[in-house]
Write a new protein. Structure first.
Length: 344
């Protein structure tokens, strides 16, 4: 299993990405070979292959990294070859010098590897003359340019669908957690049920992180992308996530307070019934906010278009010893309402 996971990804890359890489590589090979007669255009093909990435923004960054790495590597290889002659051990020296130069300038791992590989290829595959070095640099620039063009023109990836999905799932789970807590307040709970309630609430954190990562990836996919029509959708999703994130904290805190202060007589407290009703109303309004933002995975026909939350509860101090829990729940409810209605 460990050996398999080391060489296999959890999921396949989109077939379109494979097609784009193939088109860019073939195009770079043919065009560079036509413009620069001589050795096979290996540098152009490798550059195009590496530059075609999931987003145009990533392609542009990789193009800069690739180009600088090749230029530095070619200059190092040419300089050492002219200085020391065409000796086989000069290839090894060039690799070591390239790695040290990359380290000294704090190059990224990708650029550092590129400097060393370029120095090695120049000395191993061809002449070390200045003209040969210049041709390889031009060839690389042709490859990265074709890679960027292909990635931008052939259906540039726009990663808004995963962001919409993950944000919708987060909203649905927040609402479900509020409903579960409301139901739990009104009935006796076993230790196992209390543990399950707490575990389900804690799952909101990784779901929040997944939604954040998906929205960030979606924003990156639109950077330098000709297809920018969905930028407004991502702004709305980002705004909704900023509204839901504090509610995640409140829901986990409420569940934790209930877990810590639970006793069997809690369901007999009159104020608890009013709090449970407000929790259900808050769950309704979370679903409504998700549907209004058009990110609900499965819009529910039972969700009214009218917000359900009333004004914050105002009750007299509880007669029992539950005042700590009730006060905590009421304060968290006040904060949730503030997020949903846009109040401070």
């Amino acid at each position: 299993m460990r050996m398999t996971s080391a060489v296999r990804s959890a999921k396949r890359a989109p077939l379109l990405q494979v097609v784009k890489s193939a088109v860019a590589t073939i195009g770079a090979w043919l065009i560079a070979g036509w413009l620069i007669p001589g050795p096979l255009p290996v540098f152009a093909a490798i550059a195009a292959l590496l530059v075609v990435l999931p987003s145009v923004n990533q392609s542009f960054a990789k193009a800069i990294e690739r180009s600088l790495g090749v230029i530095v590597g070619v200059v190092i290889a040419t300089g050492l070859s002219l200085l020391l002659g065409p000796q086989s051990w000069v290839v090894l020296l060039a690799i070591v010098v390239a790695m040290l130069v990359a380290w000294a300038f704090r190059a990224t791992p990708g650029m550092g590897n590129q400097v060393a590989i370029s120095a090695m290829l120049v000395l191993a595959l061809g002449s070390s003359s200045p003209q040969y070095a210049l041709d390889r640099i031009i060839e690389t620039l042709i490859g990265v340019a074709i890679g960027i063009i292909v990635n931008a023109l052939i259906v540039p990836p726009v990663l808004t669908a995963p962001a919409r999905r993950d944000l919708g799932l987060l909203g649905a789970e927040i609402a479900a957690s509020l409903d579960r807590l409301a139901a739990a307040l009104l009935t006796s709970q076993t230790p196992a049920q209390l543990q399950g309630l707490m575990l389900e609430a804690r799952l909101l954190r990784p779901m929040q992180a997944a939604a954040e990562a998906s929205i960030t990836a979606g924003e990156e996919s639109l950077t330098l992308n000709p297809r920018r029509s969905q930028r407004g959708d991502l702004r709305e999703m980002r705004a909704l996530l900023e509204k839901l994130s504090p509610i995640v904290t409140q829901v986990i805190g409420m569940t934790r307070a209930y877990f810590d202060h639970y006793d069997d007589s809690l369901a007999d407290e009159p104020t608890v019934h009013a709090i449970a009703e407000q929790l259900r109303r808050a769950g309704h309004d979370v679903r409504l906010a998700v549907q209004v933002a058009d990110v609900a995975p499965e819009p529910s026909s039972e969700t009214s278009a009218i917000p359900a939350l009333t004004a914050p509860l105002r009750v007299k101090p509880p007669a029992s010893g539950h005042w700590i829990l009730i006060g905590s729940l009421m304060e968290d409810l006040r904060r949730i309402r503030g997020e949903l209605v846009g109040e401070e």
